[in-house]
Design a protein around this ligand. Structure first.
Ligand code: HMG
Ligand code: MG
Length: 297
């Protein structure tokens, strides 16, 4: 790895990516307690919830109530799939939204019932209105490396979709390994290709950790100059529309790794573990990570 950056931005997606995939529907009060504990751990960028159709994702039915209970910062976001989702978001004080599409057709259709082209058309007025209303917008691209339905994904397609999102006014594009099956050579190939024409500050990496490769992929990302990574406390998470997708890279693993290479994340590992342990007790199941990290901060 090249010399480490001084600091890394972590985007905590546990309350959204984590809880959307749980069998248990967590109560609004417990979601709020969890988010407050995450905030106490020092996490500055948190995806709080999502404004998708609650018939599709009933776990996040209470997006408005959750947001209203949090002392909001402009760096806290909510996922928005369409203009209806934005209208719901605008009824709250959320200042950042995240739109999401994919680099593979079959996954996108299953996830949001749109082709990639239709999704771009769908998001243009969403981003325009959000920016006019003073919100900032993040973009996600799923299945940037391997699609559970279509197989290997072309880096040219990832670049094309990234440019579409950036041209709309999205300030950061999160490149997703949705099913956690990418390896460092895939990161070098695809992310390296993006960085030929796109400034590294515009790219974030979002790794699911199905085969325990997320951390080595983070190291590859850092090597390429990327300084923003998504993760979820306790490693919870997954996409209900991506068979085989397990949890996200655990924030504990990411912080622990950054601590050992002397890169600042601003996160207190003990407090983060408290948040994960709280969610573990609520979910009543072991988490992918959490217990083992206590005391390492
Ligand atoms: P659709 O069925 O094509 O939408 O769903 P529609 O426009 O035809 O509307 C159908 C019904 O849904 C209507 O209600 C709408 O009002 C309602 P009805 O007339 O039947 O009563 N509706 C909504 N209700 C509330 N909020 C909304 C909304 N939109 C429509 N925003 C849609 C299209 C995208 C909405 C749907 O497919 C959906 O909600 N999908 C959920 C997708 C999702 O949340 N996936 C997980 C998140 S993505 C992810 O995890 C990947 C990521 O982590 C990166 C990675 O890991 O790769 C980001
Ligand atoms: Mg995800």
């Amino acid at each position: 790895m090249k010399p480490s950056p001084k600091s890394i931005k972590i985007v905590e997606v546990g309350p959204r990516d984590g809880l959307q995939n749980e069998k248990t529907i967590v109560s609004t009060a417990d979601k709020i307690t969890y988010i407050k504990k995450l905030i106490e751990s020092g996490l500055e960028n948190i995806e709080l919830t999502s404004f998708v159709n609650p018939k599709n994702i009933p776990q996040l039915f209470d997006a408005k109530e959750v947001i209203e209970a949090i002392d909001l910062k402009p760096t806290y976001s909510a996922l928005v799939p369409n203009i209806k989702g934005l209208e719901r978001a605008l009824e709250t004080k959320i200042k950042r939204i995240a739109i999401f599409t994919a680099a593979s057709e079959t996954f996108n259709k299953k996830n949001i019932n749109m082709t990639i082209e239709e999704s771009i058309k769908n998001y243009k007025p969403v981003v325009k209105l959000a920016l006019e209303k003073g919100l900032s917008v993040r973009g996600y691209i799923s299945t940037c490396f391997i699609c559970p339905f279509d197989g290997k994904v072309n880096k040219e397609k990832v670049l094309e979709v990234t440019n579409e999102l950036l041209n709309m006014g999205v300030d950061e594009v999160s490149i997703g390994d949705t099913i956690g099956s990418a390896l460092p050579n895939d990161i070098y190939e695809t992310v390296g290709f993006l960085l030929n024409t796109i400034p590294k500050e515009k790219i974030a990496l979002h790794f699911h950790d199905t085969y325990n490769n997320a951390l080595v992929n983070v190291a590859a990302g850092i090597d390429l100059g990327i300084t923003t990574f998504d993760s979820s406390s306790g490693g919870i998470g997954g996409c209900p529309y991506a068979p085989g997708a397990s949890g996200n890279l655990a924030t504990e693993d990411l912080v622990n790794f950054l601590n050992t290479v002397n890169v600042k994340s601003g996160v207190d590992l003990n407090k983060l573990t408290e948040a994960s342990m709280f969610m573990k007790s609520v979910l009543g199941r072991p988490l992918n990570r959490g217990d083992s990290c206590k005391g390492n901060s």
